[in-house]
Write a protein that binds this ligand. Structure first.
Ligand SMILES: *Cc1c(COP(=O)(O)O)cnc(C)c1O
Length: 488
């Protein structure tokens, strides 16, 4: 049963004069708004705000919240996004008064605890990455990429080199070339081999003295660890270029290997993926970046630093690219990451990655029989299956499968990414799923691939909105559900 209060707007539920609070008579003399604010600053009419009683508001938002899937309600195998369960302990810690009620303009000496936490987080992230200097400022992975590329550009300017190109593999996340273009670089794509690894010949043909950065995601978005990465780094370094590691897939290698040890000069983390910050629905996330010593002077200001007198925000950094985010970054997400890292400890983090890889391989071994996995004999933390045969034989697409899974209470995997695999589904169970939930998912996925094509083309059948035109829905969102037609 669809709930009227969840699918109607608050404006439709509104009744004149209905309210949630009753205030006592005012016992001080009143004055009119016109006496207090010059009339040219006053609106012509009061804002048309909905008028509702408290239960109406609570039911509306509570019901609305149940229309979506979440990691707290459903298995969420969204590849590349690492939708692991977020321990509630981290929420409690981030919500403590001493954390949540700080003001970013407080003097340093009154926020020593928070600065210490951020300082220690910088050290932990440096240790895990093998890259010694960390900025916590960027607000998301994509902003971390942008920021690190600005740092790279500043570095090359400082040594008097003009480098104009950034290379990335064809399996890269779209943010990689987008970030490079925003910093003003020309972007070139490096082909992958049939096995899904960087095509070394193609790399060498494009590698010259104008290449500033090679951006690589390792493990890649195909869920493969490219063992050529040391060799790639040697070649890029020999031409004076830098290696950027897109750290979105760090969940596969925590405590096992470190980007700084396999040739990276800089990287970002996505704490909202790897370190259990809640995400989906647009954030907030965070995108701390780690760099080698020669790039450190260019990192954003301020940095969290330590002196004999305690912790402080260091603004005295003359070569810095400046600020990329207000205050210290998205501190709430960083506190959760700190709580997660410290509560697991080094051996616990390694176990996280071992179990993430084990789970992905288990699911891969069940799925590959009915949805082929074109790359690799095994995978890291995720794998990419394809529905090309189903499309050829029965006109059933990856999108049909993804939509139908919603009817069975599973969030869809990522589809049509990476761009190198047609009709693909990118599946990432993460370490927090049990064998039972993965079995249920694999069985449902199989059942869906056997269902009649007509049924699948019209799926989902049980959700409030079925199949919007995806482009139009993004560009012209209609935030209204009509009770009479059931349509947007
Ligand atoms: C998620 C992701 C990004 C972007 O990170 P955001 O935190 O969403 O900005 C970049 N690259 C890869 C491979 C990703 O999965």
């Amino acid at each position: 049963m669809r709930n009227r209060q969840a699918t109607q707007l608050m404006f439709e539920l509104s009744r004149p004069g209905r309210q949630a609070a009753r205030l006592p008579e005012c016992d001080v003399p009143g004055s009119s708004t016109e006496d207090l604010i010059p009339s040219e600053y006053l609106a012509e009419a009061p804002p048309a705000l909905p008028e509702l009683a408290e239960p109406d508001v609570v039911r509306h938002f509570t019901n609305l919240s149940t229309l979506n899937m979440s990691v707290d309600t459903h298995f969420y195998p969204l590849g590349s996004c690492t939708m692991k369960y977020n321990p509630k302990r981290n929420e409690r810690i981030a919500g403590m008064d001493g954390m949540a009620h700080l003001h970013p303009y407080q003097p340093d000496e009154t926020v020593q605890g928070m600065l210490k936490l951020l300082y220690e987080l910088q050290s932990d992230l440096a240790e895990i990455s093998g890259l010694p200097v960390v900025s916590l400022q960027p607000a998301a992975g994509a902003q971390g990429e942008l920021c690190a590329l600005m740092v790279a550009a500043a570095y090359f300017r400082s040594i008097g080199e003009r480098r104009t190109k950034v290379l990335s593999p064809d399996s890269a996340h779209g943010t990689n070339p987008a970030s490079a273009r925003m910093v003003g670089f020309e972007t070139l794509t490096i082909k992958s081999t049939d096995e899904g690894y960087v095509d070394m010949q193609d790399l060498e043909s494009k590698l010259d003295d104008e290449v500033a950065v090679f951006m690589i995601t390792n493990p890649s978005t195909l869920g493969l660890f490219d063992q050529q990465v040391n060799e790639i780094a040697e070649k890029v370094h020999a031409r004076g270029g830098l290696i950027y590691l897109d750290g979105a897939n760090m969940n596969a290698i925590l405590g096992i290997t470190r980007p700084g040890d396999f040739g990276a000069d800089m990287m970002h983390y996505n704490p909202h993926k790897t370190f259990s910050g809640p995400h989906g629905g647009g954030g907030p996330g965070a995108g701390p970046i780690c760099v080698g010593a020669k790039l450190a002077p260019f990192l954003p200001s301020p940095m969290v630093a330590q002196s004999e007198d305690g912790y402080f925000l260091d603004y005295d950094r003359p070569q810095s690219i400046g600020r990329v985010r207000s205050f210290f970054g998205n501190v709430g997400v960083l506190v959760r990451a700190y709580a997660y890292i410290r509560s697991h400890g080094p051996d616990g983090l390694r176990e996280v990655s071992e179990n993430a890889v084990l789970n992905a391989n288990y699911l891969r071994s069940r799925v590959k029989h009915f949805l082929p996995v074109p790359h690799g004999e095994s995978c890291m933390h995720e794998f990419v299956a394809t529905a090309t045969d189903l499309k050829k034989d029965r006109q059933v697409t990856a999108m049909d499968i993804a939509k139908r899974l919603l009817d069975y209470g599973f969030h869809a995997p990522t589809v049509y990414f990476p761009l190198t695999v047609p009709e693909c589904l990118m599946i990432e169970p993460t370490e927090t799923e049990s064998k039972e939930s993965m079995d249920a998912f694999a069985e449902t996925l199989f059942r869906v691939t056997e269902e009649p094509a007509d049924l699948l083309h019209e799926a989902p059948h049980t959700t409030t909105v079925s199949r919007p035109d995806e482009v139009r829905a993004a560009r012209q969102p209609i935030m209204k559900w009509s009770a009479t037609t059931g349509e947007g």
